[in-house]
Design a protein around this ligand. Structure first.
Ligand SMILES: [Mg+2]
Length: 388
C-alpha cells in the first residue's frame, strides 16, 4: 500500500459572542483536517494544530513530498523521517502540529486495514472514558450566577467534573495580560475569581471534580497565593498556572501547593514534556495530540509520565476529529485520567461527524467500535466551514 495524496482542509467557526480566558479571546475557532489517501482507496482522517493558519502550508509543501509513495503502515518510520528531515526548523511548533495531524490519519488507516478501532490496535485499557466539561469562560455580561447556572447544567447532564477559566486579572504579576489579545474584555480582580470558583463549587456539589485553568497568566508567587486562597474549594487541579517556559517556577508552585498542578498544553513534544515531568513542574501531564505529534509522540510522553508516576489528561480543544483521537488515546493509555470535552458552541465539534461523540448519564464517552477512529465526516458540514 502506498500514500498517493495528502490534503489539508482548514475550517473556521465564528464565535458569537466571543469568550475569553486569561490567555486571550476566542472570536473564532479553527480546525485543520488532514486526509491521507492510499492507492487502495483507504483515506485516513486526522486533525492538525492550525498554527495560526500556517500548518496547512507545512503539510502540503514540506511534508507531502516526503510521504508520497511511502507505505502508510510504517507509521513510526515516517514519523521519525519527518522529525529528522525538519530538525533545524521543526521539533516544536508548527511542524509538530502538522506531524500530529498526519500521525492521527496514519493510525486511522492502520485501524481500517486491521479492521480494529485504533484504541484496540494500540492495546486497549478500557471501552469507556470519563470526560469532563471544559467551559466556564469569561464573557461580557456573564455574571457569577450565569457561571453557576452553566456548571449546574453540566452536572445535570451527567458530567462528574468541570473546568473553568480563572486568572484574567488586571495584575497577574506578569506581562501576559498586556500582551494577550483582547486585554480589555472582562478582566476581574482575583477576589472575583475566588467568588466565581466558590459559586461553581456550590453548583456542582462537594464531590464533583472542579478544575481551574489559568492559561499561563500568573507569576509563581501569585500562583502560590491564589492556590492557597482556593484550597477551601477542593480543586482537582490547577492548570497552567505560570508561563510554559518557567519550568522552575511551575515546580516551585507544585511544591508549595497541595492541589495538583496540570499542564502544559502549550508545551510540544517528548523533549519539552521531559523537562516538565523530570523537574517536577507538573503533577498531571496534558499533551495535545494535534499539537504534540499525534498518537506516536503522545504515547511516548504518557510512558515517560508513567515512569514518574504521573497521570495524563490529554488537552483537546479544537475539532471533532481531535476529540475522537484523544478519546482513543485515553482509552489505550494506562495512566490516562480524564478526557477534556469542550462545551462551548462550536460547529467544528458538534456538526462535523455523522455521529457526534457524547457522554452518557455517568459522564462517560463510549469508544466507537468501527475500524480506525470509527468516525465519518459529514461532507456538508466540512463544506459549510471550510475556508480554502
Ligand atoms: Mg488549558
Amino acid at each position: 500500500m502506498k500514500i498517493v495524496d495528502i490534503r489539508a482542509i482548514p475550517l473556521s467557526y465564528r464565535c458569537e459572542p466571543p469568550y475569553g480566558s486569561a490567555g486571550g479571546v476566542q472570536s473564532a475557532r479553527g480546525a485543520l483536517l488532514v486526509e491521507v489517501e492510499t492507492d487502495d482507496g483507504i483515506v485516513g482522517i486526522g486533525e492538525a494544530g492550525t498554527g495560526g493558519g500556517s500548518t496547512r502550508h507545512v503539510i502540503e509543501r514540506q511534508l507531502r513530498p516526503l510521504l508520497l509513495g511511502e507505505d502508510p503502515l510504517l507509521i513510526e518510520g515516517l514519523w521519525q523521517k519527518i522529525f529528522a528531515r525538519t530538525r533545524q526548523f521543526g521539533r516544536r511548533g508548527i511542524v509538530m502540529n502538522a506531524l500530529g495531524g498526519i500521525d492521527i490519519a496514519l493510525w486511522d488507516i492502520a485501524g481500517k486495514v486491521a479492521r480494529l478501532p485504533v484504541y484496540r490496535l494500540l492495546g486497549a485499557c478500557r471501552d469507556r472514558v470519563e470526560a469532563y466539561a471544559s467551559g466556564g469562560f469569561y464573557q461580557p455580561g456573564k455574571s457569577v450566577e450565569d457561571l453557576a447556572a452553566e456548571a449546574e447544567g453540566y452536572r445535570a447532564r451527567g458530567f462528574r467534573g468541570m473546568k473553568m477559566k480563572i486568572g484574567r486579572n488586571p495584575s497577574t504579576q506578569t506581562p501576559l495580560r498586556h500582551l494577550a489579545a483582547g486585554a480589555e474584555l472582562c478582566e476581574v480582580e482575583p477576589e472575583e475569581d475566588i467568588a466565581r470558583v466558590a459559586a461553581v463549587r456550590r453548583a456542582l456539589g462537594p464531590k464533583a471534580k472542579l478544575m481551574v485553568d489559568v492559561n499561563c497568566a500568573w507569576s509563581p508567587a501569585m500562583a502560590i497565593e491564589m492556590g492557597r486562597a482556593l484550597e477551601p474549594y477542593n480543586l482537582y487541579w490547577i492548570e497552567e498556572p505560570v508561563a510554559t517556559d518557567d519550568i522552575d517556577g511551575s515546580a516551585r508552585v507544585a511544591g508549595a501547593l497541595a492541589t495538583p498542578i496540570a499542564g502544559y498544553e502549550t508545551e510540544i513534544g517528548l523533549y519539552g514534556f521531559r523537562e516538565l515531568i523530570s523537574r517536577g513542574a507538573v503533577d498531571i501531564v496534558q499533551p495535545d495530540l494535534a499539537w504534540s505529534g499525534g498518537f506516536s509522540e503522545c504515547r511516548r510522553i504518557a510512558a515517560l509520565a508513567q515512569a514518574h508516576h504521573r497521570m495524563v489528561a490529554p488537552h483537546a480543544f479544537a475539532g471533532a476529529v481531535l476529540l475522537a483521537a484523544s478519546l482513543h488515546f485515553a482509552a489505550a493509555t494506562p495512566n490516562a485520567l480524564l478526557l477534556e470535552f469542550d462545551q462551548n458552541p462550536n460547529g467544528l465539534r458538534e456538526e462535523l461527524l455523522k455521529e457526534p461523540l457524547g457522554i452518557d448519564a455517568q459522564g462517560m464517552i463510549a469508544l466507537p467500535q468501527r475500524p480506525g477512529l470509527g468516525i465519518e465526516l459529514d461532507p456538508g458540514a466540512v463544506e459549510r466551514y471550510r475556508t480554502d
